[in-house]
Design a protein around this ligand. Sequence first.
Ligand SMILES: [Zn+2]
Length: 162
Amino acid sequence: MPNQEMMRRTFSLMEEAGKKGNRPFGALLYNEKTGEIIGETGNRSTEESDPTAHAEVSVIRDYCKTHPGEKLEHLTLYSSCEPCAMCACAMVYAGVGELVYGMTLEDAVELFGPNITLSCSDVFASSFHRIKVTSGFLRDEARAKAAWMLEEFDIITHEATK
Ligand SMILES: [Zn+2]
């Protein structure tokens, strides 16, 4: 059973990201066995001037820099939103064991504008690595948080998101 506390923590990361001028997305790596949060971040694309600094890619990069050569098979990635195709590929290359996400890519498109709508499940299915996926976990809360962020913060919605 996915962990509600971890998912809600990604919603706080969304807010932190948005406050720094980034798109409001958050992700963390969680060790279910030890109950330990291994790493967490929001989207950093604006603050790092890096279009690839999505939350999921960033949390994987942070972890792998300090754990060279280690696979992430034992870790669950929690994300406020379904990972885009780029992040899904990063999860495959990193060997992440499990994914739990909140709102769907369709939700993100509805709220933030056009995006690449290739489902992460399709990316995983066509890859060499199997990742257990729980989709739409606390989806309504994720959507509500995103809608609130859009009202509260100056978030760009007309270009590719995440
Ligand atoms: Zn992404």
